[in-house]
Design a protein around this ligand. Structure first.
Ligand code: GDP
Ligand code: MG
Length: 446
C-alpha cells in the first residue's frame, strides 16, 4: 500500500541513519505483501537479506544521483530480485523434435488440472505442426478416460485409453507403443493424481515413468496451492523427476505465490500457465508478468511498454498521458484498436487487452480482424462527447447504446461488450495510477 512508497520516498532523504531506517521499513512492508501472497517464509527472508545488501550498497551512489534515479534503482532491485526467484534461465527449455518420438508425462495431484492441461498442450503442439496423441493412464478415477476422450475429440487430437484395464502402467505402455508405431511425434501421457494411499501414488508414478521413458515430465500445480507447494513438489520430484512446472488457474484470485516455493524447492522452471478452462487458455510463462500480478501491478505496464515502442504518434502520447493519470476513455480505446489493426491482430498488444487474447485464439486471425473492424464501426458511431468520456455516460443513458448500435449496424449487445472491455482497461489504468501514487508496490523498472 501507501506505506512502501512513503518508505521509498523517505529512503531518499539525506542522512545515512534515515536511509538505513527507511530501507528497513520498506523491506518490512515488502515482506508483509509477499507473505500475504503465499510466498514461503524462508524465501521471503532470503530475499529480504539480499535486498538489504543491494539497497545498502546503493547508499553511496544515491547521493551523487538524483532522487528519481535512486528511487528507480530501489524499484528495480526489488523487481529484479523477485523475478530471479522464478527465472531459471540456466535450463534450456524442452523442445520436441520433428520426425522423432517425444514423450511428455504429466504428474500432479487430482484436481490440479492435469487432464485439462494435457489437452491444452496437445493443441499447442498440434498447432505448431506436430503429430500429437494423448494417452490416458489414469485408471484410478472413474470417468477419467471419458473426460480425456471428450477433451481430445473436441480438440481433434487422437487419443488412447481403456475402460476395462485397471493397470495404468499397462495402458501407458500400450498407448506409447501404438502411437510410436503410427509415427506420432508428441505423445502426452496423463496420469492419476490420487490413490488409496499417498505412497502408492508416487510408486505408480515411478512405474509409469519407467515404461514410458518421458523426454519431459511436467508437474501441474494449482495456483491456489499456497504453502503446501514445497512439500508436494518435493515428493513428486523424488518419484517422477519432473523438469518443468505448469501452473494452472492463474485466471482466478490466487496469485500463485506458492509456486515460487515449488520452483525453489526443486530448482525447476515454470514453463506454462493455465488461464482458463478452455483448450486455448495456455500461455508461456513470463517472470515479469507473474511478479507484476503477484505484486498487484497488473500487466498494464508491459502493455504500455509495447504500445510505446510501436507507435510514437501524438495520439499515442495523449493516450499514455491519460493512462498515467488513471484515465482510459473510449477514444483511447479506439486509438488502441486502430494501432492494433495497423500492426496485425495477432500482436502482443492485442493479447494483453482483457478479452482480446481469447478472441484471437477462439476465432482465428481473419475472423478476429473482422470483429475488430466492427468494433471500430461502433466507436465511429459515437459522438465526440461520448468518445472522450469514461464510458459511464452510456450506463446513465442506455438509449445511447441503442442509437450507436443502429448507427453502426451492430447490436446493443456488441456495444455493451465494447464498453465492458473499455471499463476493464479503465480500471486497470486506475489501479496502476493508485499503485504509483499511493505507493502500492514499486512499479516496474524502466
Ligand atoms: P486433474 O484431476 O488434475 O486431471 O484436473 P482436471 O484437468 O480434471 O481439472 C480440474 C478442474 O480444474 C476442472 O474443472 C478444470 O476445468 C479446471 N481447470 C483446469 N485448469 C484450469 C485453469 O487454468 N483455469 C481454470 N479456471 N480452471 C481450470
Ligand atoms: Mg485428470
Amino acid at each position: 500500500g501507501k506505506r512502501i512508497n512513503n518508505a521509498v520516498n523517505s529512503a531518499l532523504s539525506n542522512t545515512e541513519d534515515d536511509y538505513a531506517t527507511t530501507v528497513d521499513v520498506l523491506l518490512k512492508t515488502l515482506v508483509t505483501a509477499l507473505l500475504e501472497a503465499d510466498v514461503n517464509i524462508k524465501l521471503v527472508s532470503n530475499l529480504r537479506n539480499n535486498l538489504k545488501e543491494t539497497l545498502m550498497g546503493n547508499k553511496g551512489t544515491g547521493k551523487s544521483t538524483s532522487n528519481a534515479q535512486t528511487k528507480k534503482l530501489i524499484q528495480k532491485a526489488v523487481f529484479d530480485e523477485l523475478c530471479n526467484l522464478v527465472d531459471c534461465e540456466s535450463e534450456q527449455p524442452f523442445q520436441p523434435k520433428k520426425r522423432k518420438t517425444n514423450v511428455i508425462m504429466f504428474v500432479g495431484l487430482q484436481g490440479s488440472g492435469k487432464t485439462t492441461s494435457c489437452t491444452k498442450l496437445a493443441v499447442y503442439y498440434s498447432r505448431r505442426g506436430f503429430k500429437v496423441g494423448l494417452v490416458c493412464a489414469d485408471t484410478f478415477r472413474a470417468g477419467a478416460f471419458d473426460q480425456l476422450k471428450q477433451n481430445a475429440i473436441k480438440a481433434h487430437i487422437p487419443f488412447y485409453g481403456s475402460y476395462t484395464e485397471t493397470d495404468p502402467v499397462k495402458v501407458a505402455a500400450e498407448g506409447i507403443a501404438k502411437f510410436k508405431k503410427e509415427k506420432f511425434e508428441v505423445i502426452i501421457v496423463d496420469t492419476s493424481g490420487r490413490h488409496h494411499q499417498e505412497q502408492a501414488l508416487f510408486q505408480e508414478m515411478v512405474e509409469i515413468s519407467n515404461v514410458v521413458k518421458p523426454n519431459q515430465t511436467i508437474m501441474v500445480l494449482d495456483a491456489s496451492i499456497g504453502q503446501a507447494a514445497e512439500q508436494q513438489s518435493k515428493a513428486f520430484k523424488e518419484s517422477a523427476d519432473f523438469g518443468a512446472i505448469l501452473l494452472t488457474k492463474m485466471d482466478g484470485h490466487a496469485k500463485g505465490g506458492g509456486a515460487i516455493s515449488a520452483v525453489a524447492a526443486t530448482n525447476t522452471p515454470i514453463i506454462f500457465i493455465g488461464t482458463g478452462e478452455h483448450i486455448h487458455d495456455l500461455e508461456k510463462f513470463s517472470p515479469k508478468s507473474f511478479i507484476s500480478k503477484l505484486l498487484g501491478i497488473g500487466d498494464i505496464e508491459s502493455l504500455l511498454e509495447q504500445f510505446q515502442t510501436v507507435s510514437n504518434t501524438d495520439d499515442a502520447k495523449a493516450t499514455m498521458e491519460n493512462i498515467q493519470q488513471g484515465k482510459f476513455t473510449l477514444l483511447d480505446f479506439k486509438k488502441q484498436m486502430q494501432t492494433i489493426m495497423k500492426m496485425g491482430p495477432l500482436s502482443n498488444i492485442a493479447s494483453m487487452i482483457p478479452g482480446m487474447g481469447n478472441m484471437m485464439n477462439e476465432v482465428g486471425e481473419e475472423e478476429a480482424s473482422k470483429k475488430m473492424k466492427k468494433m471500430i464501426y461502433v466507436l465511429d458511431s459515437m459522438t465526440k462527447q461520448e468518445l472522450e468520456s469514461d464510458g459511464r455516460i452510456f450506463i446513465d443513458a442506455p438509449t445511447r447504446m441503442v442509437r450507436v448500435a443502429r448507427g453502426s449496424g451492430t447490436s446493443v449487445f456488441e456495444v455493451e461488450m465494447i464498453l465492458m472491455q473499455q471499463q476493464m482497461m479503465a480500471r486497470m489504468a486506475q489501479s496502476t495510477r493508485a499503485a504509483q501514487q499511493g505507493g502500492g508496490m514499486p512499479s516496474m523498472p524502466g
